[in-house]
Design a protein around this ligand. Sequence first.
Ligand code: NAI
Length: 214
Amino acid sequence: MKKDTKISNAVIKRLPRYRRYLKELQKKGVDKISSNEFSSLIGYTASQIRQDLNNFGGFGQQGYGYNVEGLYNEISAILGLDKEYKMIIVGAGNLGQAIANYTYYYKAGFVVCGIFDINPRLIGLKINDIEVMDYENIVEYVEENQINIGIICTTKDSAQEVADKLCFAGVSGLWNFAPVDLEVPDHVAIENVHLSDSLHSLAYHMNRNATENE
Ligand code: NAI
């Protein structure tokens, strides 16, 4: 794999989509796919796909296209999905519980080890067999269990303090659902998730379609 730290986020964000389509092809027993076929399937131009993959060293072969399993494995490795990650959820409210109940992560190598909250009524409960623990003990837990990722599902006002604690305890990634921009040290990766952004994009596309059809 070519080492390049300046790969744009737009490219990184397309990789999971490539991987998803390659998985579907594998399930259908497809071994290889031409760049044009892959392009019409996934909806990006063949040149866009080539450019994206060239960031990491290519992987296609002239006159052959792409080896489906090989490319799937390469993209998985680029994304770091050939490893296992230990995660904890902070905030056992509506969202924290929904995330704890969603089991897809386990199949993908992301293991939810524990949930933390400050609310005594929630501490001790089990959600999808995962215990809700006292937030007081979070630093020791992260250190002892070598947790990699903290999932922030607390109220907006607590989110920075939670992030500080998780970074201090040694996580290397934060998946932040709280609607606030968090400050974290450079060595900690952060991904903010805003479902409303996706909804707003939908509204934009609906309105653009309506204008174009007038
Ligand atoms: P909620 O009020 O049901 O749950 C929040 C939980 O965080 C409570 O159980 C509370 O006791 C706990 N909490 C607060 N401070 C804490 C701390 N310092 N340590 C540990 N736990 C703490 O709220 P809900 O609906 O689950 O939403 C959680 C967060 O996610 C909110 O910030 C909300 O705005 C955000 N959200 C984001 C979405 C997105 O698309 N990014 C979608 C839905 C919610």
